[in-house]
Write a protein that binds this ligand. Sequence first.
Ligand code: GMT
Length: 393
Amino acid sequence: MNIGITVYPTYGGSGIVGSELGRELAARGHNVHFISSVLPTRVTELNDRVHFHEVEMMSYPLFEHQPYDLALATKMATVARAEKLDLLHVHYAIPHSISAILARESIKEKRYVPVITTLHGTDITLVGADRSYLPITRYGLQQSDGVTAVSKFLKRATIETFDFDDIEVIPNFICPGQYSRLTDSPLRDELSPHGEKLLVHVSNFRQVKRPADCVEILANVRQNGEKARLVMVGDGPERAAVAYRAEQLGVKDETIFVGKRENIANYLGVSDIFLLPSELESFGLAALEAQACELPVIATRIGGIPEVVNDGESGFLSDVGDVQKMSADTLRLIQDEEMRRAFGVKGRELAIQKYSTDMIIPHYISFYEKVLHETGKRTSSLSASNASGTQER
Ligand code: GMT
């Protein structure tokens, strides 16, 4: 198949999932065309199966804000025709599905290119549900030829907010070979020079992630006599506030901000416990990646997290903001090595059993085939009833 993929290239889990999906599809013999403003973060290599088409923006004094959505739609339509795309798969509903639908409609007399929209979370729960975007998000769902969501939770949330239920749940995934526990690494010595236990958090430091809860947990753990340190991977709007809170709590020197990193698996691999105190998480890709590295997870019982983390088996779940319980659970895991190891092993087992690329990528492919079959039937009956209709296929 020739597949066009659009993601937010620099920010967040949806970009990671879309990029990794493209790479995995190419490895299975499909041609992938990324269409976005810059090369997506995890797309490290372009070759004869992985292509990149940059969305070019015209600057004009009249435009106070550049109309990216229209430039994207134009690029999608151009690439769809030039590369004979079979489908456009967009990640994050706003504005990607709207741009894709516009692209599809603008060329449909020549070639019908189905649009598949994958919902990732905040595109539905925060942005899409906002009254300024709700009607256009609903339109994007209704007009897509196929819609997937990354968790059962997100499917339910979409049904509730948008009264739209034709959704296939296809979860986030990991390639097991890319994640492992790294027992003997210089990075471990660097982060834990005196053998301290390492807590780790990975996110884009937005409010919804509640990153300040991580330093509260660290402070509580240290007050109980455990010499732990906290590794904060990523960057975003809350970073300065978190650093200030660490200073207030007297754990500034034990909180290490390493910034945005490409080698997240290395930081997870050398750590001991993963913290994800989010207020909302439609799936929790970072928790899945942590489990794949055999890290027990301390997280909140919200959104799709209970679908990923088994409470009492691969981690401990708490109510949002219940820092006391999260601290107590972290302490338990620090002090009980046997439990920590058992949780780690179970976490990796669950990650591989339920979310490995070997299971999830074929699920995407069969969904593509289903959508192509259905739209093919629809468009051929349309062109039969309309003698002037042309199909470029
Ligand atoms: O919040 C983020 O980390 C970014 C956001 C995105 O859409 O880029 O992530 C969402 O998509 C991920 C991949 O499907 C999910 O694993 C995250 O749970 C989800 N984040 C939220 O729902 C807050």
